[in-house]
Design a protein around this ligand. Structure first.
Ligand code: SAM
Length: 269
C-alpha cells in the first residue's frame, strides 16, 4: 500500500521543507509516499492571475474564487496520480476545461477542504484516511473559499483544531504527516506507531513516561522497574502509567477505551 497526495495551494513552496526531512523524506524514497503540489494560480487565464475577489454583501477581506480551484482539481483528478501541469504550460497552455460542465471525478479519491469548520481531526479520522491510496487536499487562504467549492467539489472537510490559521497549508501538512506514518513500512520497528498515544496498541490511551540514559539526571532517577529485565512487570507498569496519565490529563478518553478487569481494579485504587 502506498499513498499519493494531490495538494492544491497558492503557496506550494511551503511544503518543501517538511517533505524533505526525516520520515516523510524516507517514505518518498521508499516509494510509499508521493506528493504532487499544484499551484492554484497556474490555473488562471486572466492577465493578472487573480485567485481572489471581494465578498458579495460587503465586509472586509478577500474570498478565493471558485474557477481556478475547480479547474485545478478537475484537471488533475481526471489524470493519473503523479500528473502535474508542466511549468511552461502554466497560465498559457492549460488543458481544455468547461466551467459549466462538472468533470467526472474518481469516486475513490476524497477531496478534502482544510477548514476550521470541518470534522475535527483525531487519530480515528487519520486511520480512516490512511486506507485511501490517493487523496486531494485543498488549502484555503484569505477569508476562505467560495461556498460553491464546498457544495459542489469537496467530499470531506477537516479541521486540525478549534483555532484559526492564516491558511490551510500547515493543516494539510499535518494531515500528510499523520496519515503517512500509518502506511505500513513507513516507520521502522524502533518508531512503531502501535504504542503511541491514541493508537490501537494502547487501546486509545495516552502513552506513559519514557526514559533513556543517563540513569540519574538532575537528581531524578529512572524508575527501577524499567531496569528489572522482567518483561511482564514492565508491561504492567507501562499500562498503569498510561491509565494514570489518561486519568489525570484526558479522563474523557477513558469512556472510549476497552478496560480490562485489571485496569479497572487499578483505577479504583
Ligand atoms: N473565514 C474562515 C472561517 O471563519 O471559517 C476562516 C478562514 S482562515 C483565515 C483561512 C484558511 O485557513 C481557511 O480557508 C482554511 O483553509 C485554513 N484554516 C484555518 N484554520 C484552520 C483549521 N483549524 N483547520 C484547517 N484549516 C484551517
Amino acid at each position: 500500500h502506498s499513498i499519493h497526495f494531490d495538494i492544491f495551494t497558492l503557496f506550494p513552496s511551503m511544503f518543501c521543507g517538511p517533505l524533505s526531512e526525516s520520515i516523510l523524506k524516507r517514505a518518498q524514497e521508499k516509494g510509499l509516499l508521493s506528493v504532487a503540489l499544484h499551484d492554484i494560480r497556474a490555473y488562471t487565464t486572466d492577465r493578472h492571475h487573480i485567485c481572489d475577489d471581494t465578498p458579495y454583501g460587503g465586509g472586509g477581506g478577500m474570498i478565493m474564487k471558485p474557477e481556478p480551484i475547480f479547474r485545478a482539481v478537475e484537471t488533475v483528478l481526471t489524470r493519473p496520480p503523479g500528473w502535474q501541469l508542466p511549468p511552461e504550460d502554466a497560465f498559457v497552455n492549460l488543458p481544455p476545461w468547461d466551467p459549466e460542465a462538472p468533470a467526472p471525478l474518481p469516486a475513490d479519491v476524497p477531496i478534502i477542504l482544510l477548514t476550521p469548520q470541518g470534522r475535527r481531526l483525531n487519530q480515528a479520522i487519520v486511520t480512516e484516511l490512511s486506507h485511501f491510496s490517493r487523496l486531494a487536499l485543498i488549502c484555503g487562504r484569505y477569508e476562505g473559499v467560495d461556498e460553491r467549492v464546498r457544495t459542489q467539489l469537496v467530499s470531506d472537510e477537516i479541521s486540525i483544531g478549534d483555532y484559526v490559521l492564516s491558511g490551510g497549508e500547515l493543516a494539510a501538512m499535518v494531515l500528510v504527516d499523520a496519515i503517512t506514518r500509518l502506511v505500513p513500512g513507513v516507520l521502522g520497528y524502533a518508531e512503531g506507531a502501535q504504542q503511541d498515544s491514541y493508537s490501537p496498541g494502547l487501546g486509545g490511551l495516552l502513552e506513559g513516561p519514557q526514559y533513556t540514559r543517563p540513569y540519574t539526571f538532575r537528581g531524578e532517577q529512572v524508575p527501577d522497574i524499567l531496569l528489572s529485565g522482567h518483561h511482564g512487570h514492565v508491561a504492567r507498569w507501562r499500562r498503569e502509567q498510561a491509565l494514570l496519565r489518561t486519568l489525570q490529563r484526558r479522563p474523557d478518553l477513558l469512556q472510549m477505551v476497552n478496560l480490562s478487569e485489571e485496569d479497572r481494579a487499578f483505577l479504583r485504587r
